[in-house]
Design a protein around this ligand. Sequence first.
Ligand code: UDP
Ligand code: UDP
Length: 422
Amino acid sequence: GHISMSNCARGDMSGGPHIALFPSAGMGHLMPYLRLATVLLDRCCRITLITPCPTITTAEAVAISSFLSTYPEVNDLELRLVPDNNGPDPAITDPHFFQFARISRSTHLIRPMLSSASPPLSAVISDLSAASQVAPILTDLHLPLYILFTTSVKFLPLIALLPKLLSDPSRLNPSCSDVNFPGLPPLPDHRRLAPTTADRKSRELTSKGDYKTWLESQPVDSVVYVCFGSKAPMGVAQIQELGKGLVGSGFRFLWALKMKISLVDEYDDHDEETKSENVRELLGDSVWHENGRRGMVMKSWVDQDEVLASSSIGGFVSHCGWNSVTEAMWAGVPVLAWPHRGDQRVNAQVVEESGLGVWMKEWGMGTRSGLVNGEEIGEKIGEFMRDENLRERARKIGEEARKAVDAGGSSHETITKVLKSL
Ligand code: UDP
Ligand code: UDP
């Protein structure tokens, strides 16, 4: 938890507001809620956590149960999701998107949960994806709705202007990459490279050994950490090029490799032996021979917070999911931004403008958006890891992040204001 000071004896919630938190699908939409919950508990709030059930990943189920056992005072309400009688929509291939829709369809079930809460609720904080379903319920119940917006503030104008853009589809012509938003420069086109057809998603990968022990035995700032979030935006051919690039960079690496979106359950996949041959086949001998020596390829879930906190990590190659960006800021680790979709390219702008890192504006992910070759990746990672000025700027950002959550800091004060208003 990113908490620096306690105002409230644990468990003493007398008089504090009662707040319900309603997260959404996937680790990226759950972790910010668990973090906020710890902050609010520290401020003497009573917390009800509404958890959509079943979750789509083991990682979420594990995070929720370990959170609830650490904070038994939290009131846990399971939202039993309504089954989809028509079966899954074939147009939706990402299980996260399917789950967003399922949660939205089940939101009416939270009305009785909220109206019968004891003591009565003071407010509900919801993910953006279900907010339009939650809002009318809360209006009826005379409860304020807050949205925990799990992305950069810079992404807000885009979301806010979307209805207007959709009313004039000519402005959203797919061949036109320059759509202008207040506060944002036009996004550069990252589709300059030829598309690849090698996007199979079929094989299983594995890891070898204990990454924590390995990481702790590496020199300070010597390891580049590579992770593109909890999902798998990268095509197979691009994964192979990245492997070559990591070896070519000359730096040590820790790579949390996610193979495909449906493999979101690799959390406790420890079947090392049988799958190691496939990793070797996929990544090639040059990468494989580094595994456990100059590098580590982890197929299973890694504890990213802990990895970023390690003094061995000198840089982070990231897709710029907002959680990853804020975690890098907190750890003071520079980011090489390799964004993919959704809000990630806007977040990459934040990374660049804040001084936290560099943004590879023209790199696609080897799926629809073209292939970046290993040599180019190796060169850029090498330059990035050698940039001591960048590392110093990132360190300063880490210090600022700590000041923000300390008493009197901007984050601390904002939460104080919200709680006072309740
Ligand atoms: N989203 C949504 N409904 C959907 C799919 C996505 O509201 O059916 C929103 C979701 O809240 C998310 C954003 O679109 O913040 C981008 O989703 P994506 O999975 O690409 O990125 P994430 O934020 O999970 O990294
Ligand atoms: N994460 C992790 N281990 C992994 C992969 C991801 O701990 O092997 C965590 C990461 O620290 C972050 C979240 O999962 O908190 C991913 O959220 P983010 O917004 O960065 O990306 P998304 O997965 O939503 O695209």
